[in-house]
Design a protein. Sequence first.
Length: 55
Amino acid sequence: MKAPKRVLTLTTAEHRLMIRGLLQFRNKLIAQGRYTDAVDELLIKLQSRKRWWHT
């Protein structure tokens, strides 16, 4: 059974803050030599949603 999807509504400032935090976390993972796949996927989703909202 799949878990229900959740919707997170963010203001522009909250969206910007989330992206910035994820990029900092991604940079930390890179510095540690760890995989960034999950963070990369989330960043892509956030960016594609942002463009969708403002079209």
